[in-house]
Design a binder for this molecule. Structure first.
Ligand SMILES: [Zn+2]
Length: 149
């Protein structure tokens, strides 16, 4: 998936979790953690959709994050997971079990063929924008970040 798809997917997963936990999240951190696994574009020594998209990386990020404010950090763990999940349902899959396995995994039950991916992402992003408007979360994007920390 592309960045706008990842951000949108992360938002919907975080909102789903928020229904049960009632906690607050910082939307900028959500943006960062929803794109963090693709840091492998910058770090050229690791393969794209490799170790940064694995359960190992998710565990590593979770351990680091959950040492801070547990309730809020959980949202960013979900956000990181949403990225891995989104790439799991696309054509190339991810190295989910890296470094233990070099096999790319695709979640076939929810697989989105490449020819539809662009439109799925556009639809998801439009739904994200509409949800921002109706939930009032758009204020989190434009207001002082201090208010949401
Ligand atoms: Zn990715």
């Amino acid at each position: 998936m592309y960045p706008l798809g990842h951000i949108s997917m992360a938002y919907f997963m975080v909102k789903l979790v928020q229904k049960f936990s009632k906690g607050k999240f910082n939307i900028y951190f959500m943006f960062i953690f929803s794109l963090l696994p693709d840091i492998d574009f910058i770090i050229s020594v690791v393969r794209h959709r490799g170790i940064t998209h694995s359960l190992f990386a998710l565990l590593f990020v979770s351990i680091i994050l959950l040492r801070f404010n547990y309730k809020e950090s959980f949202f960013y763990v979900v956000t990181y997971f949403s990225h891995i999940f989104a790439d799991l349902i696309t054509a190339n899959g991810v190295l989910l079990y890296a470094p233990l396995s070099t096999r790319f995994i695709i979640l076939r039950a929810l697989y989105i063929p490449s020819k539809y991916l662009f439109w799925v992402e556009v639809t998801l992003f439009l739904m994200f924008l509409i949800a921002l408007l109706f939930t009032g979360d758009y204020r989190k994007v434009w207001m002082d970040s201090e208010e949401f920390l």
